[in-house]
Design a protein around this ligand. Structure first.
Ligand SMILES: Nc1ncnc2c1ncn2[C@@H]1O[C@H](COP(=O)(O)OP(=O)(O)OP(=O)(O)O)[C@@H](O)[C@H]1O
Ligand code: SF4
Ligand SMILES: [Mg+2]
Length: 327
């Protein structure tokens, strides 16, 4: 228990929308439990709209959970605000998907990276210049970028600035929200390598959000598969790849392009996901995955399966493995 740096229980996040007087509730996250051990990388995987970013922002306390509790190093942070929340912000940072929109185009790189230093530490400008130069070195960018504007940088360079900004306060945990998906393929691998090196160097813990299992395969220790705000399956990376249970996980795995015979052996036969993910404002009554599941049964339409531990550390939400469960 003690080596869990972050733990969350029963997390719900609803957004309340009103269009032409008609109220809708968007149920983005629906009762998620997660635990992240110190120095590990936990991947959160799922298609667009499955609630990954929302969950990441709730865990960071960028959003307040609608329901549920979060502990950081054993201290509950679910409802802290003001100066107490600011104190936790130092330890938890987020790197966003789109480096272009997450960097203010009117600010120079120095101002962007030093903003958190200004907000949290009483540092002189000279000290901040020194620290920003150091951080640029850490992310393999030239020091003279300090006076440039984001527009003068490539996508990969901008994301390096985003990473430097996240490192500025010496955080313990970083949520990486699809940090490579907006980048060219050739740049993606370099950013992943950099993130791996930084993790070692600074003893970091990562929550790595991605829609692509192949991206997280080599960097994550554990994988949580989400669909419509529900955890469908969670296990070690090895288990998810070698022994997937949930039909949704199998479909995501089957979409991964395989290269070697070894990989082909562990990837399930091609399963094409038909149709779109339903709207989180109209989550089906039974299993959230019912409308697209090739193995669905009558019970799945009426009852919602519970998440169940199938074996040590491996959790699955599916009636195929839990005939009597659900509600
Ligand atoms: N601030 C918000 N207000 C209202 N609805 C929101 C808000 N943020 C997210 N949502 C909705 O919540 C659902 C989950 O969104 P979220 O961005 O968390 O998914 P995601 O898994 O990160 O998707 P993607 O892969 O596209 O980034 C979506 O239907 C989205 O439209
Ligand atoms: S509970 Fe039923 S519909 Fe849901 S994933 Fe399992 S088999 Fe498919
Ligand atoms: Mg997202």
């Amino acid at each position: 228990m003690n080596d869990l740096i972050l733990r969350a229980e029963g997390i719900y996040k609803y957004f309340f929308d009103s269009h032409y007087g008609k109220k809708t509730v968007i149920k983005a996250v629906n009762g998620v439990d997660v635990g992240v051990r110190r120095r590990e990388t936990l991947a959160i995987v799922g298609e667009s709209g499955s609630g990954k970013t929302t969950l990441g922002k709730v865990l960071m306390r960028i959003y307040e959970p609608t329901e549920g509790k979060i502990w950081f190093e054993g201290n509950e942070i679910s409802t802290v605000n003001g100066s107490k929340l600011k104190a936790y912000r130092k330890y938890m940072q987020m790197v966003f998907q789109d480096p272009t929109s997450s960097l203010n185009p009117r600010k120079r790189i120095f101002d962007i990276i030093s903003l958190p230093l200004k907000a949290h530490f009483n540092m002189s400008k000279r000290e901040r210049l020194q620290r920003v130069r150091e951080l640029l070195n850490k992310v393999d960018l030239p020091e003279d970028f300090i006076y440039r504007y984001p527009n003068a940088l490539s996508g990969g360079q901008k994301q390096r600035v985003g990473i430097a900004r996240a490192l500025a306060l010496n955080p313990k945990l970083i949520v990486l929200d699809e940090p490579t998906s907006a980048l060219d393929v050739s740049v993606q691998a370099k950013i992943l390598t950099l993130l791996t090196q930084l993790k070692e160097q600074f003893d970091l813990t990562y929550i790595f959000i991605s829609h692509d299992l192949s991206v997280v395969k080599n960097i994550s220790d554990k994988i949580v598969v989400m669909y419509l705000g529900y955890i469908m399956e969670s296990a070690s990376t090895e288990e998810i790849f070698n022994n997937p249970y949930h039909p949704y996980t199998k479909a995501l795995l089957s979409a991964i392009p395989t290269v070697t015979d070894e990989e082909r052996k562990i990837i399930p036969e091609e399963i094409t996901l038909q149709g779109d993910i339903p709207s989180p404002s109209h989550i089906p009554q039974g299993c959230p995955f019912y409308s697209r599941c090739q193995e669905r049964m009558d019970i799945c339409k009426i009852k919602r399966p519970r998440i169940l531990q199938i074996k040590e550390g491996h959790y699955v939400r599916c009636f195929l493995y839990d005939r009597n469960g659900g509600k």
